[in-house]
Design a protein around this ligand. Structure first.
Ligand code: GLN
Ligand code: ZN
Length: 758
């Protein structure tokens, strides 16, 4: 029979139970049993959900108190020395200390898990590092499930991926030198799982779908040769990309099964079928684990049937493309969602049913699940023809876009002269990135307005007062370019999504971002259009209050795309172009309202970069085009700003320059301006505001500290092109720090002006 399998289920709970329990434990670490209970309940409920959905292969050890990479780090005893771990089992206090830091030891770094919005804790390596089996989590959870009557397939992160995800501070040291020692401990962990009764394990090696060098390929061969025969049969899981040039390598590894992602890379089916060994079980990821759409079951079944015909039903498994960790939990809770939209969607729980249906269709024939297939077909057809999705005006407008639309009227040097003439800014102009503190009061008023407890007029009066106070404060502090403060915004993407056609919002569609932080991305279900101005009211209001220039504040098309669940019936590039035109309209309206500096934030530009090098230029080309389409419609004298943070940009400098923004502000203060190197090496042509205040920390930097950072910048960049600003928006900071830090920032800029003049 063709089996259905799952690779991982969201651990956060349908109602975010894990968040509440974890944060309660952090607040009161004495009460550990409440957290343990919640965790056990969540695991039990998840196993039952999967079994009841008819999934044959149910995972265990996919649960985590914080992060599955940190779980592997703990299981291998790879605790960095600063946490004072003496060896042996890694307890929960050490575990959370690694994730969150303590007074004595800073937290381990955190970074993005491949191209998802999930963040993992980065393992740390050093020469001569020792490893040992330092935890029983995988075995305990396998036994826990077995006691509940569910025979599971435990999940482990594979050794090569784990090593490659980590970092070493020692120059010239390659973590792969640790491979043999690490693999020896994996061998022991696998043997223990086998002793506990596990007949299969799932080993995740997403790195197998990335560009590998010779050493990494050799590491794969060596690691899996060493593990062969030490424990349960291995289902080796690749996902997020196709195996491509690694297909032969993956197929030749001595493992019992191979999982491939046919959502991201449907074309790999044929090469994989040709390459797999005679007994290998092939797991086909045909249900999208990273999106919210109901699967097209007929389309998903085609590759499964092809594989069954070639390999036999016994050697084929049907699965989601990757762990369902990246999907919201349960669509059934969305009782407020419009029924038609809801009929087009599937969250993790619903995806399990799709997987089970597909496996039955492949094993027993389509007739066995005729009803489910028909229902799915109806939903897919209704989505395809819905007038709510397809708006002819949007398509016509896109078709009429010309290359000129994505080009400013004049080259930068001419624009610069026009902007200088009417902006009349001092050298080293000071500004901020947009938001000012989102205090409890601001959030409470918004919540009251949403509940209907505060009427619109009263809410807007409150926002006006907050905006006015912020404008006055900026005037008093002596900032040169003011902002309105973004008090009307809950979130930089949601605010725009709520004002655009084609977007929907869920109530419970949470996905883990890191630890106890979850996000609820908007859903772009149809053609995007802007029915009315979105921000003009607030920028124009701020402008009416002051003679100083006010900068308008928008989120860019690439960032809106990147932080949403995006429709899967058209290319992402196309959705992005629609977003770009909507933002372009807003830019035009701001300009018409007299707002002559307009910032379009693109903090997520870098994170949309494809995992494979070969795909990157194509992505950057459309991403840059979209930014330009959004921004290029303005007069020479209107100054376009952009802002980026969260990442290193040096590898995409040509693309950043190609945005042709007049001014870019970037996060640089934590790396003490190292990031600027990229801008210097590349001779970035336009103006730059390197962040001089790390807004991620409550610390108030001294004026001298900021002056020194600016002097560093002056040494490498033309001084007449420098701006002075914080690293990012100030919404997470408190007013006292903001006032003090901005005063110091203005002082630092003034000192530099004096030095330059004298
Ligand atoms: N304008 C936004 C703000 O100030 C930018 C946020 C961001 O870059 N993440 O909050
Ligand atoms: Zn930022």
């Amino acid at each position: 029979m063709t089996r259905s399998a799952n690779l991982g289920f969201p651990r956060i709970g349908a109602r975010r139970e894990l968040k509440r329990a974890t944060e309660a434990f952090w607040a009161n670490p004495r009460d550990r049993s409440a957290l343990e209970h919640t965790a056990a309940d969540l695991r039990a409920a998840n196993w039952a959900t999967q079994r009841d959905a008819g999934v044959d292969v149910v995972p265990s050890n996919d649960f985590s108190f914080y992060d599955q990479v940190l779980d592997m780090t703990a299981a291998l005893g790879a605790v960095p020395p600063r946490f004072g771990h003496a060896g042996g089992p890694v307890g929960i206090d050490t575990y959370f200390a690694m994730a969150r830091g303590t007074a004595a030891a800073p937290a381990m770094e955190m970074t993005k898990w491949f191209d998802t919005n999930y963040h993992y804790i980065v393992p740390e390596f050093h020469r001569g590092q020792r490893f040992e089996p330092a935890g029983t989590k995988a075995v305990d959870e396998f036994r826990e499930a077995a006691a509940l009557g569910v025979h599971t397939r435990p999940v482990l992160l594979g050794p090569v991926t784990w090593l490659r995800l980590g970092k070493s501070k020692e120059p010239g040291f390659d973590a792969l030198e640790l491979l043999d020692d690490v693999v020896a401990v994996y061998g022991e962990l696998l043997a223990r799982l086998s002793d506990a009764g596990a007949d299969w394990v799932q080993i995740d090696e997403p790195m197998l779908a990335l560009d590998l060098d010779a050493a990494e390929r050799e590491a794969y061969a060596r690691a899996y040769a060493a593990l062969a025969g030490t424990g349960p049969a291995v289902m080796l899981a690749s996902y997020f990309e196709g195996l491509r040039d690694n297909t032969e390598l993956a197929a030749a590894l001595p493992v019992a099964g191979l999982h491939v992602d046919l959502i991201r890379a449907p074309d790999q089916l044929e090469p994989v079928l040709n390459a797999v060994g005679r007994d290998t079980v092939l797991s086909l990821g045909v249900v999208d684990g990273r999106n919210v759409w109901r699967a097209d079951l007929d389309a998903a079944l085609a590759p499964v049937e092809t594989a069954v015909a070639r390999l036999g039903a016994e050697r084929v498994e049907v699965a989601p493309s990757c762990s369902l960790l990246h999907s919201p939990v349960d669509l059934d809770l969305e009782t407020d969602l419009d029924p038609e939209l809801k009929s087009w969607m599937a969250f993790a729980k619903q995806k399990l049913h799709e997987v089970a249906t597909l496996a039955r269709a492949a094993g027993e024939g389509r007739e066995a699940v005729a009803e489910q297939l028909a229902a799915g077909r109806e939903a897919v057809a209704s989505r395809r023809r819905s007038p709510r999705i397809h708006k002819p005006a949007v398509a016509e407008r896109l078709a009429a876009v010309t290359p000129e639309d994505a080009r400013r009227a004049s080259p930068y040097e001419e624009r610069r002269a026009a902007q200088r003439a009417h902006l009349d800014l001092p050298p080293f102009p000071t500004t901020t990135i947009g938001s000012f503190p989102q205090t409890t009061e601001v959030r409470q008023k918004r919540a009251a307005f949403r509940r209907g407890d505060l009427d619109r007029a009263a809410y807007e009066r409150f926002l006006e007062a907050a905006t006015e106070r912020t404008v006055r404060l900026q005037e008093e502090l002596g900032l040169d370019v003011l902002v309105h403060g973004e008090f009307e915004r809950n979130d930089m993407v949601e605010y725009f999504g709520e004002r655009l056609d084609g977007f929907a919002f869920t109530r419970h569609g949470w996905v883990q971002s890191f630890g106890s932080r979850y996000v609820k991305p908007p859903v772009i279900f149809g053609d995007v259009a802007r029915p009315a101005p979105m921000t003009v009211r607030w920028s124009a209001y701020a402008r009416s209050l002051t003679d100083k220039p006010v900068k308008g504040m928008l989120t860019g098309p690439v960032t809106i795309l990147q932080w949403s669940f995006v429709r899967d019936d058209v290319a992402r590039a196309e959705v992005c172009r629609q977003l770009a035109l909507a933002i372009r309209d807003e830019v035009g309206d701001l300009e018409a309202a007299g707002v002559r500096l307009i910032q379009i934030d693109e903090p997520a530009l870098r994170e949309g970069l494809p995992l494979r090098r070969a795909d990157r230029d194509a992505y950057l080309a459309w991403a840059v085009e979209c930014f330009r389409l959004a921004s290029a419609g303005v007069a020479d004298a209107t100054q376009i700003h952009t802002h980026m943070c969260y990442a290193e940009f040096n590898d995409i400098m040509p693309a950043i320059a190609a945005l042709d923004a007049d001014v870019i502000s970037i996060e640089t203060s934590r790396s003490a301006m190292e990031l600027l190197d990229g801008f210097v090496d590349f001779e970035y042509p336009n103006e730059i505001g390197p962040g001089v205040w790390d807004i991620h920390s409550p610390r108030v930097p001294a004026a001298d500290e900021m002056r020194r950072l600016l002097e560093k910048a002056v040494r490498v960049l033309p001084r007449e092109r420098l701006w002075v600003n914080p690293d990012c928006g100030l919404k997470t900071r408190g007013w006292p720090e903001v006032e003090a830090s901005l005063a110091h920032m203005v002082e630092a800029a003034r000192t530099l002006r004096r030095e330059a003049a004298g």
